[in-house]
Design a protein around this ligand. Structure first.
Ligand SMILES: Nc1nc2c(ncn2[C@@H]2O[C@H](COP(=O)(O)OP(=O)(O)O)[C@@H](O)[C@H]2O)c(=O)[nH]1
Ligand SMILES: [Mg+2]
Ligand SMILES: [Zn+2]
Length: 322
């Protein structure tokens, strides 16, 4: 019997061995499994197919339940992807998402706080894998209430604007800044990333109230979020575009990056490094280092330089547990 082929479906969700696909821009999700050949490819990857992947396959005639099954046989070459080291120590890598137009790093102006090295680890990975990134500062409705929140927001804003990133300020609670954000998301596939509790799901719901994603109050004891979102999943926005909501990332390891390469992924450090006295300057202890000079003059934020040094000492990175 001839098999009916399908082409260019987009993966919108993975749960265990089951995948949900749709033919964008249509939103009519169906379930698929991987062909045996693709499953064998796993090796260094915990997941050979990730959310955002474009795939081909065929329809398999139904079994007992008479339902046709879709089988994924091919993955289109990826425009880009984001990857992290697996949480176990197997040295395996996990693809977070593929073919992303835009990664939004969500920070909370209040609680929970995201440590700078964690943000920078993520931004470096975005730079290294050609994913444009923007900082979204959420919960701005609380800024007036607590002076400490205001200064924290100013610090985030100052550091990342000076590093050359766009910083957008929003409130999922009041809707402030949401229209502008929606305009930026239009026509794109965007990843909403950030630690648990910063309001990724709340933002998604504010962008499209039909989504009804689960949100959870942060724990008052630890000021951390709870892991309510357990899978990466793509959702369509009524205002146009697609977002990928993600579970709170706990650890974010970098992969296969040399010490020399690291500074290339800090745009402001890389720009300053052109004036270092030595070629191959790692901007640590070397004399005549233009990067250190720029930090001393306050031209490069100390927080960023500190993140850089930490990653330099430990390029593969430990885990930052939040
Ligand atoms: N005050 C305030 N709280 C917010 C805002 N956005 C989210 N929250 C709260 O933060 C907590 C965590 O939100 P959630 O969307 O589950 O975070 P996620 O883990 O990043 O998906 C919930 O209690 C939300 O109500 C905001 O803009 N302002
Ligand atoms: Mg969530
Ligand atoms: Zn230098």
């Amino acid at each position: 019997m001839e098999q009916q082929q399908f082409k260019n479906a987009t993966v919108i969700k993975q749960t265990g061995s089951l995948y949900r696909l749709t033919f964008l821009p249509r939103w009519e999700p169906f379930t698929a499994i991987l062909s045996g050949r693709l499953r064998l490819r796993e090796g260094k990857l915990t997941n050979p197919v990730a959310v955002g992947d474009r795939v081909n396959g065929f329809w398999q005639p139904g079994g007992n339940d008479q339902k046709e099954k879709a089988v994924i046989t091919e993955i289109h070459p990826r425009v880009n992807y984001l990857i992290r080291k697996s949480v176990n120590l197997s040295r395996q890598a996990h693809i977070i998402a593929a073919n992303i137009d835009w990664a939004c790093v969500i920070l909370s102006a209040t609680e929970p706080k995201t440590p700078f090295p964690f943000i920078d680890r993520f931004l470096v990975t975005c730079q290294a894998y050609s994913v444009p990134a923007t900082i979204i500062l959420n919960k701005t409705d609380e800024l007036e209430r607590v002076p400490q929140y205001l200064s924290q927001a100013e610090q985030y804003r100052g550091v990342y604007q000076r590093a050359g990133y766009t910083v957008m300020e929003v409130s999922a609670r009041t809707g402030a800044g949401i229209e502008l954000l929606a305009q930026h998301l239009k026509g794109k596939i965007s990843l909403l990333s950030g630690i648990s509790g910063v309001g990724k799901s709340a933002l998604a719901n504010r962008l499209d109230p039909q989504l009804h994603l689960k949100t959870a109050p942060i724990s008052l004891a630890h000021m951390t979020g709870k892991h309510t979102t357990t899978y990466y999943e793509m959702h369509p926005l009524g205002t146009g575009g697609y977002i990928i909501d993600s579970p709170g990332i706990k650890g974010f390891g970098l992969l296969e990056m040399t010490k020399e390469e690291l500074s290339h992924y800090f745009p402001e450090i890389f720009a300053a490094s052109a004036s270092c006295r030595f070629n191959g300057c790692l901007h640590a202890e070397e004399p005549g280092c233009a990067v250190r000079e720029a930090v001393e003059k306050g031209l490069i934020p100390a927080e960023r330089y500190d993140s850089y040094l930490r990653l330099l000492e430990d390029p593969e990175g430990g885990k930052y547990r939040i």
